[in-house]
Design a protein around this ligand. Structure first.
Ligand SMILES: Cc1ncc(COP(=O)(O)O)c(C=O)c1O
Length: 440
């Protein structure tokens, strides 16, 4: 039975969603509601779940830490779990030197932007104040994050308050402008980057998701694209800020996506999977050049003016430490690379479905783009929200789905088994087929 909610839910037209299924417990890949219905968690509880739900090692790490120290501020003090985690993060992130903690991905990106802008100020290059980004990127819902990840439909109402950014087109293989092939268009985008960089010495940094745009509809970057951007950043003395909040920690099949993309950044953010999806925590890592620029006498006022109440929370850090231990113990990255091949076996079958225009997949992430007609690639556009239709239809097939626009997102817990992934893909296909008459 659905329950009336006193909560104002995120990104939700509350008139359409007047009541909600109440989740009361969870186990493995499943969320269980108050009527005892089991739902396969196809979105990894907003793309952050690693091991499935109620993993004893993680819940024990939380309760052990709860008994020792629940919270102690990072202002003037430090704590052991946060220090241990910072050391581990630096170890897995080539080129990085220090870790700044926050509570969520949007904040981690705000911090990244502040670090990048203040760096130039710290070294006396005060004219470098502009930020360049890729069109269609997403970096969170706070003001700085909205400015660098500007999605007109979502954030248009705040446009006047957002700082302007320089936007570079992104090569979306499925929707290449007329007159280009995929390779031509990649070169066109990279030329645009170089033109902007070479004509504007006020650009302070380039901000982009690492490996793929996720919320932008699973746009996977072609091989070499990110590497070339990172080289252009070096050539024109522009800081590279990478967002690995959704794509790092194995989501795309590498622990740290920028190593696979051969693009060492100046600043990088992690979040979502950092705690295995159990507690809220994010981290912004900076290289030594950035960090050192903030050092000085107290009244030089060069320090980073940013801090949250729960920065470096020991319980979150303890579960993140246990999570990292499990990655190693279970050789999770290798396992993801192997399990991910199951997606490939379904490409043809999914593409045969009448309303499927395209599928995009990397690692443990798949986007299925739904269209009215395959030839013209017109997105489906039903009267009711697509998300609502697929949520209800998915529920009937025992899966919890959330779509992004006309794209079905499959972002399951990273440790999903081959059998579980087979199950999820079959149920997803059944859902798309049975929703056909509601979406066309
Ligand atoms: C790439 C990226 N950056 C930042 C964020 C914001 O993270 P949070 O929702 O934890 O604020 C998200 C969230 O989906 C994301 O996908």
């Amino acid at each position: 039975m659905k329950k009336k909610s006193f909560v104002w839910h995120p990104n939700t037209q509350m008139k359409e969603w007047d009541s909600f299924n109440e989740i009361v417990k969870s186990k493995g890949m499943y969320l269980i509601d108050s009527d005892g219905n089991n739902y396969f968690d196809a979105v990894g509880s907003m793309w952050c779940n690693v091991w499935g739900h109620s993993k004893p090692e993680l819940t024990n790490a939380i309760s052990r830490q709860c008994k020792k120290l629940q919270h102690s501020s990072m202002f003037n003090l430090t704590n052991e779990p946060a220090e241990r985690l910072a050391k581990s993060l630096i170890k897995i992130s080539p080129g990085m030197h220090k870790v700044f903690y926050s509570d969520n991905g949007s904040s981690a990106m705000e911090i990244a932007i502040k670090m990048a802008l203040q760096y130039w100020n710290n070294i006396g290059e005060t004219k470098k104040t502009k930020i360049a980004t890729l069109e269609n990127g997403y970096h969170g819902d706070t003001f700085g994050a909205m400015a660098v990840g500007y999605v007109p439909e979502f954030f248009g109402k705040f446009k006047k308050q957002l700082f302007p950014t320089i936007q570079i087109p992104v090569p979306n293989k499925y929707r290449i402008p007329k007159g280009y092939d995929y390779l031509d268009y990649q070169n066109y985008c990279l030329d645009k980057v170089e033109k902007k960089f070479s004509n504007d010495d006020k650009i302070a940094s380039f901000v982009m998701e690492s490996g793929a745009q996720v919320a932008g509809g699973v746009i996977i970057f072609p091989k070499g694209f990110q590497t070339k951007i990172s080289k252009l950043c070096k050539k024109y003395n522009i800081l590279l800020v990478l967002d690995e909040i959704a794509t790092g920690f194995g989501r795309l099949g590498s622990m740290v996506q920028y190593t696979e993309q051969k693009s060492i950044p100046d600043i990088v953010s992690f979040g979502k999977m950092l705690t295995g999806g159990y507690l809220t925590m994010a981290a912004t890592l900076a290289n030594k050049k950035i960090y050192d620029s903030f050092l000085g006498q107290f009244n030089d006022w060069k320090h980073l003016f940013h801090g949250h109440t729960y920065t470096g929370n020991p319980i979150s850090a303890a579960v993140a430490n246990e999570n990292l231990k499990l990655y190693k113990k279970n050789n999770l990255i290798k396992k993801i690379q192997k399990t991910s091949k199951i997606f490939e076996e379904y490409y043809d079958k999914i593409l045969e479905i009448k309303t499927v225009g395209d599928i995009r997949h990397k690692g443990m992430l798949m986007g299925i783009e739904l269209v009215k007609d395959k030839k013209n690639k017109t997105p489906i556009n039903p009267k009711k929200s697509i998300n609502k239709i697929f949520f209800e239809e998915g529920r009937k097939h025992g899966i919890y789905l959330r779509t992004l626009g006309n794209i079905i997102m499959l972002v399951p817990p990273l440790a999903i088994s081959e059998e579980e992934l087979d199950f999820l893909l079959n149920r997803t296909m059944d859902t798309i087929k049975s929703a056909e008459n509601k979406t066309t």
